[in-house]
Design a protein around this ligand. Sequence first.
Ligand code: ITT
Length: 192
Amino acid sequence: MKIVFATNNKHKLEEAQAKLKGTEIEIISLEELGFNEEIEETAETIDGNAIIKAEYIFDKFNVNVFADDTGLEVESLNGAPGVYSSRYAGEHVTYEDNVNKLLKEMRGKENRNARFLTAICLILNGEKHIFHGIVNGKIIDVPQGIGGFGYDPVFVPDGYTETFAELPLEIKNKISHRGKALEELRSFLIKN
Ligand code: ITT
C-alpha cells in the first residue's frame, strides 16, 4: 500500500520510514508527489493542524495520506509554545532561534516539566482517523547532542539522562510522541 506523508520536514519523514520499515506500507513524500508548497497551519490545536495538512493533500490529489502536527508543551509556561512550536521565536526562524527563545523564557524556572504531543491525521479511502502520542520529560538549560531536530537538544525524556538529540533514532522512535502515534498508525494500517 502506498501512502503520502504530508510533511516538508525530512526528519519526520525519516522517523516514519524507519517505523514502517518491514511492512507493506510505502511512504510517498510530498517531493515525490511533485508538491513543494507550504500548507498554512491556521488551526489553534494540534489536531486541527494535522487535519488541515492531510485534507489539503487529499483534496488536491485524492490519495491516501497522513499528516503530523506536533507541539512542545512546557508546564511552567502554561503549555507554550504548544501549537506555535515551529514559530515560537517568529516566522521563518531556525530551530536554534526557537530553542534560544525557550531557554530565555525558562531562565530561573524551577519546574522544567514538559511534554511533546503529536497528532497524526490519516485519510484512508476518504475516511478520517486521528492518532495521538505523548512523551513526558524535562527541559535542560544547555543544549546537548547533534541528532534529531527542533527542541530535541533540550528535551530529556523521563527515564533517561540523555536528550533526544543524544539518543539514537531507534530509541527516540520507540519512546517518543511521534513514535507512539506512528505505532498506532502502523497497527491501524496493517489491520485495514
Ligand atoms: P510539517 O508541518 O511540514 O510536517 P514542521 O516542522 O512545520 O513540519 P510542525 O508544524 O509539527 O512541523 O511544527 C512543530 C515544531 O515543533 C517543529 O518545527 C519543531 O521545532 C518542533 N518539533 C516537532 N517534532 C519534534 C521532535 O520530534 N523533536 C523536537 N522538536 C520537534
